[in-house]
Design a protein around this ligand. Structure first.
Ligand SMILES: [Zn+2]
Ligand SMILES: [Zn+2]
Length: 341
């Protein structure tokens, strides 16, 4: 058994003695009839991610400033109009803004940037990195304020399905169809390390930045005899086994604007399997399936069925057609009836 296994009592299952504290919070920005968009706030760093960039006007300026990565399902206006809001908010920020999207995302960002005049921004630090994702390859381009947002192509390479790999986080992608390529996303934390404060105090050890170093050693699978110094006291990595517990990491997933065809549904189930929270569009009621096929959207019943088959823990339906505004709760009921069986 590795030290990593001994820390969690074997395997990466939920540790019964350790209460899991989340490392990120997530929420829909708008109501179910408005643009779908999930804001994900990393709790121990000044960082946030976005799934889609529709209307972002409800985000506070401080929240906009934290956004580092935007995962765009497709560039229909209700999923991309918020790019301008981000652009304006982040023009003076040093940290780059990174976008991931379908095959035409680079051209769409370029088109947006070409829509303005940029002769007075050479001093601004803003850089935008854009990754176009297809079945076969990743294509990268960047745009910087110093260069008046001129497009600079940075090459292509094979795509393995992981859009972002920034330990402990991964964002995985499925390429789906909506009459146009549309991406599905899942954000997964590899595993979650919890510190047992009572055990820490029993050893006479303080809470402090050294715990971050300990977590890093666990992630790096350090050797048991590795020394850690806490306030001048040298301790072996293995002596600290009982103060850290490992639980499964959080997983959330986001699917919207996909045709109800079987191939899409199978791909979605593979991507979102076991999610703690699954955000899924439920644009139409199943009685309007014909319309759903024509418009390339899922129905509430299909959202529930996918969630049940993928064994997700919570289903959050979103992106309802405005035609059901006068029937409050009807879409949620159809989805939940199917999800809960
Ligand atoms: Zn849409
Ligand atoms: Zn769409």
């Amino acid at each position: 058994m590795s030290l990593e296994d001994s820390l969690c009592g074997g395997g990466h299952g939920r540790c019964p003695t350790t209460v899991m504290k989340p490392t990120f919070h997530h929420r829909l920005i708008n109501d179910s009839y408005e643009d779908p968009c999930v804001f994900i706030r990393m709790l121990r760093e000044s960082r946030a991610l976005l799934f889609d960039a529709g209307d972002l006007s409800r985000l506070k300026p401080a929240d906009l400033q934290k956004v580092t990565d935007v995962f765009v399902t497709h560039t229909h206006i209700d999923h991309f109009i918020g790019f301008d809001t981000l652009l304006r908010a982040l023009l003076r920020r040093e940290k780059a803004l990174t976008l991931y999207g379908p095959e035409n995302i680079i051209e769409c960002v370029e088109g947006k940037l070409r829509g303005y005049t940029w002769n007075l921004i050479e001093q601004y630090p803003m850089t935008i990195e854009v990754f176009s994702l297809t079945e076969k390859e990743v294509r990268r381009a960047s745009f910087s304020a110093r260069e008046s947002f001129r497009r600079i192509d940075k090459g292509t390479w094979p795509f393995d399905g992981t859009a972002l790999n920034d330990p402990p986080y991964k964002v995985k992608t499925a390429i789906l169809s909506h009459g146009t390529p549309c991406l599905g996303f899942s954000l997964e934390e590899d595993y979650h390390i919890n510190i047992d404060k009572a055990a820490l105090l029993a050893m006479g050890l303080p809470v402090g930045p050294w715990l971050g170093d300990l977590k890093e050693l666990i992630r790096q699978k350090a050797l048991p005899e590795t020394q850690i110094f806490v306030e001048g006291r040298g301790l072996a990595f293995s002596d600290l086994a009982h103060i850290a517990g490992i639980t499964e990491g959080q997983k959330i997933s986001y699917i919207t604007d996909v045709s109800p065809e079987e191939e899409n549904r199978e791909r979605i189930i593979g991507l979102v399997r076991g999610s703690d929270t699954f955000y899924c569009e439920a644009y139409f009621l199943h009685a309007d399936m014909e319309r759903a096929v024509e418009r390339h959207h899922l129905t509430a019943r299909l959202a529930g069925e996918i969630a049940r088959k993928a064994e997700v823990k919570n289903l959050m339906v979103m992106h309802f057609s405005p035609k059901y505004r006068d029937l409050p709760g009807i879409i949620e009921s159809e989805a939940m009836r199917e999800f809960l069986g």
